[in-house]
Design a protein around this ligand. Structure first.
Ligand code: PHE
Length: 331
């Protein structure tokens, strides 16, 4: 075996290895168990030849070690250069979330009523015909009982069309006086349009006590209107009809788009309805075991989306359901 030729070949393989893997392959090939050098060493008979081969071996081992150090350093240097972290650069800003505008209105309304000593009560989004219609004095022929108006989940089980059932559930479980509000989502089979959406939110209010009159209702609604819209916006309270209140009224706020002249958003009315109200019908009081001779009450149910639209001049309720950050970030 030509030791010199072998060394030249091995040295150039070591020198030209550019990765730890290539270098390892060269080590196995020239210094491994099966390498020509190891075999020659094993078969060596005289001292001199042994010395020559051993010198070659230790020079190759040194070359390997040096090359390994050099390669390791260049790997390290490359990763230091490529993954360089400049800690003086400004960091990534965390995007802070915020409450949806309807949640903000909801909390605001809750605060107003908590401030007047009302209780905030949870209702159920899945309700029964009994609580939504029967107990609320809506006869068997009432139009919203139709599956064309209401989403039924099962026989007698439906997505609530209004929060008013929460009145019944509260009155059934306690004696008067009752002062409560209940806020949440309701569902109606409506086609989405600027003022209507099949799902929206209401605040239901109920006060039952001795001697409650329409004047108490009017004062409470006016306070709420003023707190929500300020003193500038014209409001009106007009008579209406609901099966569960008698007499019934509706509150309207001057249209924010046309200022009362009439436009598409207010359907040429000049006013936008925020919701209904009235004195609790005697039949409803009797249904829950209250005595209409002893107590009377008022109730109201207003739409939270309406409140928001009126306050901020939002022309289309559907915008509140699109989760477009360009809108939501403004509130
Ligand atoms: N529940 C009625 C509606 O959804 C509103 C209302 C509530 C009216 C309470 C009177 C009393 O339109």
């Amino acid at each position: 075996m030509d030791a010199e030729a072998l060394e030249t070949e091995a040295q150039s393989a070591i020198a030209s290895a550019t990765t730890p893997g290539e270098l390892d392959a060269a080590r196995v090939r020239y210094l491994g168990r099966g390498s020509a050098l190891k075999q020659a060493l094993r078969g060596v008979r005289d001292r001199e030849a042994g010395q020559v081969l051993n010198t070659v071996r230790s020079r190759l081992e040194r070359a390997l070690a040096e090359r390994r150090t050099a390669l390791d350093r260049s790997v390290l240097e490359r990763s230091l250069a490529e993954e360089r972290l400049d800690i003086s650069l400004p960091g990534h800003e965390f995007r802070r979330g915020r409450l949806h505008p309807i949640t903000q209105i909801r909390r605001e309304v809750e605060e107003i009523f908590l401030g007047m000593g009302y209780e905030v009560v949870d209702g159920r989004e899945v309700e029964t015909v009994h609580y939504i219609f029967d107990q609320l004095n809506m006869g068997p022929g009432h139009v919203t009982r139709s599956p064309l108006h209401t989403f039924y989940l099962d026989d007698g089980v439906l997505l609530r069309t209004e929060t008013s059932a929460s009145q019944i559930r509260v009155m059934e479980t306690r004696k008067p006086p009752v002062y409560m509000v209940s806020l949440g989502r309701v569902y109606r089979r409506d086609t989405p349009e600027p003022k209507r959406y099949p799902s929206f939110h209401q605040v239901e209010g109920l006060a039952v006590d001795r001697g409650i009159t329409l004047a108490d209702l009017k004062g409470t609604l006016q306070l709420l209107l003023r707190r929500l819209f300020g003193d500038q916006r014209a409001v009106r309270i007009r008579t209406s009809f609901f099966p569960f209140t008698e007499p019934s009224v509706e509150a309207d706020v001057e249209c924010f788009i046309c200022g009362g002249a009439g436009c598409r958003v207010c359907e040429q009315e000049g006013w936008i309805e925020v919701g209904g109200a009235g004195l609790v019908d005697e039949n409803v009081l009797r249904n829950v075991g209250y005595d209409p001779e002893e107590v009377s009450g008022f109730a109201f149910g207003w739409g939270l989306e309406r409140i928001f639209m009126l306050r901020h001049g939002l022309p289309d309720i559907r915008l509140l359901w699109q989760n477009d950050l360009r809108l939501l970030e403004q509130f």
